[in-house]
Each structure stands twice: as C-alpha cells, then as structure tokens.
Design a protein around this ligand. Structure first.
Ligand SMILES: O=P(O)(O)OC[C@H]1O[C@H](OP(=O)(O)OP(=O)(O)O)[C@H](O)[C@@H]1O
Ligand SMILES: O=c1cc[nH]c(=O)[nH]1
Ligand SMILES: [Mg+2]
Length: 212
C-alpha cells in the first residue's frame, strides 16, 4: 500500500481549525469539504485519461480527457458524506456508491448497515472517502466488500489517520491482493484506550451531523 501524506501549509491550517473543539458544525462541514478538495488533487494524480482532439480559436491541438469507465466514489457513512461534495466537485462525472458502517464504541468492531454499490468494480478506479482511519477495522471491511465486487484499484482519502490503523489496513490490502493508495492529511500520534485518534478531532460524524 502506498501512503501519501499531503504536507501542505494550507492543509495543516485547515486541519488545525477542524481539530479545534471550538469549531462549530457548519464551519467543520465547510473545512472538511475544502480539505477533501485539496487532498483529491493528490488522490487523482493517476486518474486515467485519454487523448482528446480539440480546436482552439487559433489552432487544432491534442489535449486529454478522463477515460471510461467512469471512476467510482464511495463515501463511508456517516462521516464520509461530509467529504462527498468536495470530491465530486473535482470528479463531476464519477459515479457514487454508498457504504454505511458504524463501529461499536465498546468493542470497536464494525458492522455494515447500508450497501449500495455498482454491480462490478473490476477495471474501475475506486475512491473511498472517510475522514478518520483509527483502528482500520472500518476500511478493512470496506475493502472486503469492494474485493467481492472485483475491485482492483483503490485509492482511499482520509483527513486523519493513526499509525496503528494504517498498518492494519496495509496488511489487509496485501492479504486481499488489492493495490491500494492512501492519501491522508495527517498521521497522528496514536490511538487512545477508547480507539480515538490522539490528538485527532473527536468523533467526526458527531461533529459533522450532531450526536444521534
Ligand atoms: O478505523 P476505525 O476504528 O474503524 O474507525 C474509523 C471509523 O469511525 C468513524 O465512523 P463511526 O463508526 O463513528 O460512524 P459515523 O461515521 O456514523 O459516526 C469514522 O468515520 C470511520 O468510519
Ligand atoms: O478518533 C476517531 C476515531 C474513530 N472515529 C472518529 O470519528 N474519530
Ligand atoms: Mg462516529
């Protein structure tokens, strides 16, 4: 698994405000969207393109356009929804699938409650978006769903990751035999005893949408 940490002052500036416990929900949502747009720039560096003949007002020229099949963006609900708008702004022609997953706050085990994905993912560029990679259990289960649909090219975009979770996801990607790229805004210090990222930002879903 390739890991790319987007080290950029604008990203670090926005992450700092996102982390700040004084940041309210509307501002948190705006920052999450802005951050994913910046990270998506890196995550789409290898998006597939093909030559495209055009004519400018001055002369004919060959440019490029995104090739088919269209990429697929998969937000992991709830918190991944907070990154969807920013991602589709950069890839407006992408299709969008959905995975709903929640981790048990006590056991940290994950369960899936929603699954609406294309019939096949073979040959498609798949972008999984979820702000937090903590233990990695959520992403591992997501990869298993995607592997069952034939996924062979996955890029995951996260705002913050814990080192422990990255290693878990790396091992799972190797075991599943799927080429995975992880693009992340920051790798934090560690997980605490409740499975929260330290310093992190708390519960991303709650901060985006309130406690349910
Ligand atoms: O790496 P893990 O330890 O699996 O944790 C990461 C997951 O935890 C959060 O979701 P959560 O389960 O809180 O659901 P929510 O998005 O509905 O709040 C987050 O958005 C990730 O999906
Ligand atoms: O720190 C964490 C860990 C998991 N999920 C979150 O939203 N935050
Ligand atoms: Mg949550």
């Amino acid at each position: 698994m390739r890991v790319h940490v987007a080290d950029h002052p604008l990203i670090n500036h926005k992450l700092t405000y996102l982390r700040d416990e004084r940041t309210d929900s509307p501002t948190f949502r705006r920052l999450a969207e802005e951050l994913v747009t910046l990270l998506a720039y890196e995550a789409t560096r290898e998006v597939r393109v093909e030559p495209f003949e055009i004519r400018t007002p001055v002369a004919p020229t060959t440019g490029i356009k995104l090739s088919k099949p269209k990429p697929v963006i998969i937000p992991i609900l709830r918190a991944g929804l907070g990154m969807l708008e920013g991602m589709t702004r950069l890839l407006p022609s992408a299709e969008v699938g959905f995975l709903g997953m929640v981790r048990d706050e006590e056991t940290l085990e994950v369960s899936a409650y929603a699954n609406r994905l294309p019939d096949t993912l073979t040959g498609r560029q798949v972008f999984v978006i979820d702000p937090m990679l903590a233990t990695g259990h959520t992403l591992v289960m997501a990869f298993e769903f995607l592997r069952d649909l034939g996924a062979d090219d996955i890029t995951t975009v996260c705002l913050i990751a814990a080192p422990e979770g990255i290693e878990t996801v790396r091992a799972a990607a190797d075991q599943l035999g799927i080429p995975v790229t992880l693009v992340v805004g920051a790798i934090d210090e560690r997980l605490d005893e409740r499975g929260y990222i330290v310093p992190g930002l708390g519960d991303a879903g709650d901060r985006l949408y309130g406690v349910v």
